[in-house]
Design a protein. Structure first.
Length: 190
């Protein structure tokens, strides 16, 4: 058991197998054609990557940011050089995949344009989509470039690092704020 649970890839693979069993055994009636199956799989993947993205956003805001000032100076490089870059890798790619799958789902279901245009009856999901797009933009074009400076992934002097860290924190907190109504809009769209 230790070997299995110590291997993230094995755990993810087993979770995937269990999900496929659920799809085929308990939801097989909805998989009568390839279109229905593809739609169900895309929605499931959209949810999976969305949970990964928002989970990491909450990790940064509820755990890492408030805890960093309490960490002794000699231990901070472990977070800045190892943990934060790895978490930011999954954070930004989960954001991108979530958005791409969401756009694909809405396009496939033919409500992408009405939702983005905030037309009835797609206003709620449209607001959620716009909030998600703003958040993904923040991840890729504000948070990540500033985190690269703050963490020393790219060359920057101390003043630039401090300014970049503050900017990244503000936009991360902005995304936390936006995530709350975004999640409401996403789970209440029918």
């Amino acid at each position: 058991m230790d070997k299995f649970f110590g291997n993230l890839h094995a755990v993810l693979g087993a979770g995937l197998v269990l999900a496929i069993i659920l799809m085929l055994v308990l939801n097989g009636q909805n998989f009568e054609d390839g279109v229905s199956a593809a739609n169900a799989v895309m929605r499931w993947l959209h949810t999976f990557f969305g949970v990964l993205w928002i989970g990491l956003l909450y990790y940064f805001n509820f755990v890492q940011i408030p805890t960093m000032p309490k960490i002794p100076a000699e231990l901070k490089p472990a977070v800045g050089k190892h943990i934060a870059p790895a978490a930011l890798f999954w954070f930004r790619w989960a954001a991108l995949i979530t958005v791409l799958l969401g756009v694909a789902i809405a396009g496939h279901a033919k409500y992408l344009a009405p939702a983005l245009g905030l037309q009835d009856p797609y206003k709620l999901i449209g607001v959620g989509m716009w909030l998600g797009l703003i958040m993904a933009f923040n991840v890729w074009f504000v948070i990540w470039p500033n985190q690269k400076k703050a963490l020393g992934i790219v060359e920057a002097d101390d003043a630039t690092k401090a300014k970049a860290a503050k900017t990244a924190m503000i936009f991360s907190r902005t995304n936390t704020l936006l995530s709350i109504p975004m999640l409401y809009a996403m789970v209440n769209f029918s």
